[in-house]
Design a protein around this ligand. Structure first.
Ligand code: ADP
Ligand code: ADP
Ligand code: MG
Length: 459
């Protein structure tokens, strides 16, 4: 079955392929998308800010367009310039990657209005799921369990009394772990509502909030889904993402070491049901919190995710190529029963940060670089020796992904690969990953979303 599926997956080309794709992003994800285009023989157009002239995605693309008058930090958010670049270069499709405009419904609609194919779900699906409190309501309608709470902040105090403290205040437009506050009592809740609103207005331009009960020590487990324009929706199993700092993932693995086959099946089924509810096309992720055998929907990310290679490695399915095919009008190339589920995969985010100094960003020049290789090792990164990491963007500079038949073998392989990884000139999260690989809780698979911060506090 495995080989059969891979063979079918390997049959490239076809009637509807996009003729050229503009990649509206930078860094490792831009390179990842360019690679998928090139394997499908679709020319890829890179865009770059003034700070990114020497970036690897520019070197690897078939064409590149400068979009970046200073301030460099804003170039990849300039919808107008991106669409203009796509039109100028005769690109048919636009791939947004993750971050920046990836979950911006107006950008997806603007692409469509300009006659371009947005490589992602419809603007309507992004709109529906992009607002986290509206998504919660849709989940309830689809009979997908949600964390006890309320979609409105107007009745926050009342709801908190009902569900009991501690509670979590969340920005409806939030993402990347921001716009979230915890309150232990009424006084803290009043303050949390004020602070979260300000933070959300500043970060997302929109301050509406909602409330959830704070779960203590849940796991974060998410399901990868993929849909096409004929209404087919499949899942590609789950990813365990409980190793987090400041509510941001630091390493991910699949399968989840903490769920039973029954929970896996129910959760995957719920994710597919929700995706169908919004006529979801392209790749997406339905995130859940898990406590024991109970799982609760928290949000849907309507884009390719940072940790998608974990699923690609586990299943052998190239999610980005599948996005490109589906956007070109093709049907999903796999049926649910043909999705392989084989072995164990782990991803380690390599951030240019100093774990010794409270994860302070550590941009600068890579003075020496030796990248790991060998069996079961994949590195998705956009750095090279001599490259200067600009200070304007996200600090994640690469990802190490390993695969092995068992979890134990994957852990040993990851240790070996991280030892091979020599990256000098900047500080990175590699030492933290080395430490986690020796950590008893991690090795046993019994860790939750609060675990890493507890561990760091012990220092
Ligand atoms: P994941 O890591 O699961 O793909 P994240 O929520 O961490 O999802 O987001 C991926 C990237 O997108 C990160 O670089 C994050 O900083 C960024 N990001 C996510 N949501 C937003 C948002 N609403 N505004 C700005 N950046 C965001
Ligand atoms: P974002 O949009 O920033 O990714 P999420 O709603 O996905 O925000 O939550 C991010 C993280 O915050 C989760 O992975 C989890 O660790 C924590 N979290 C979210 N909601 C709750 C909750 N109700 N109780 C406990 N932890 C939560
Ligand atoms: Mg999330």
């Amino acid at each position: 079955m495995y080989h059969d599926a891979l063979l079918r997956w390997g049959s490239e080309g076809g009637c509807c392929m996009l003729n050229k794709v503009l990649v509206a992003n930078r860094g490792e994800i831009a390179l990842r998308v360019i690679r998928a285009c090139q394997e499908l023989e679709i020319p890829a157009v890179a865009v770059f800010s003034d700070a990114d002239e020497e970036a690897l995605h520019v070197r690897h693309a078939d064409e590149a367009v400068r979009i970046g008058p200073p301030p460099a930090g804003k170039s990849y958010l300039n919808a107008e310039a991106l669409i203009e670049a796509a039109i100028e270069t005769d690109a048919e499709g636009v791939h947004p990657g993750y971050g920046f405009l990836a979950e911006n419904a107006s950008f997806a609609a603007a692409c469509r209005d300009a006659g371009l194919t947005f490589i992602g779900p419809s603007a309507e699906a992004i709109e529906k799921m992009g607002n986290k409190s509206a998504a919660r309501r849709i989940a309830i309608e689809a009979e997908v369990p949600v964390v006890p709470g309320s979609e409105k902040s107007a009745d926050a105090l009342e709801t908190a009394e009902e569900i009991g403290y501690p509670v979590m205040v969340k920005a409806a437009a939030g993402g990347g772990g921001r716009g979230i506050r915890v309150a232990e009592n009424e006084e803290e809740l009043r303050k949390a509502l004020r602070v979260a609103r300000q933070e959300a207005e500043k970060a997302f331009g929109e301050g509406s909030l909602y409330l959830e009960k704070l779960l203590t020590g849940p796991r974060h487990v998410e399901v990868q889904v993929m849909g096409d324009h004929e209404g087919n929706v499949i899942h590609l199993y789950e990813r365990e993402c409980s190793m987090q700092r400041r509510r941001q993932k630091i390493l991910e693995e699949a399968p989840s070491p903490g769920i039973s086959p029954e929970v896996r099946e129910k959760m995957a089924e719920a994710a597919v049901r929700l995706a169908r509810e919004v006529r979801y096309t392209s790749a997406g992720t339905v995130e859940f919190l898990v406590e024991g055998d109970e799982f609760y929907f928290i949000e849907m990310n309507t884009r390719i995710q940072v940790e998608h290679p974990v699923t690609e490695t586990l299943t052998g399915v190239d999610l980005v190529k599948e996005q490109l095919r589906v956007a070109g009008g093709e049907r999903l190339s796999l049926k649910q029963e043909d999705v392989p589920f084989n072995g164990w995969a782990m991803e380690f985010r390599i951030n240019a940060e100093d774990p010794e100094k409270d994860f302070m960003p550590s941009p600068g020049e890579i003075s020496f670089l030796d990248v790991p290789g060998g069996p079961g090792v994949r590195v998705d990164s956009a750095i090279y020796q001599g490259y200067k990491i600009p200070p304007f963007y996200d600090s994640m500079v690469g990802k190490l992904i390993v695969w092995a038949l068992t979890r134990e073998e994957a852990i040993n392989r990851a240790r070996r690969a991280l030892r091979e990884y020599r990256l000098e000139g900047i500080k990175t999260t590699i030492p933290l990953h080395m430490r986690l690989l020796e950590d008893e809780a991690f090795r046993s698979g019994e860790y939750h979303t609060g675990y890493l911060e507890e561990l760091l506090k012990r220092d």
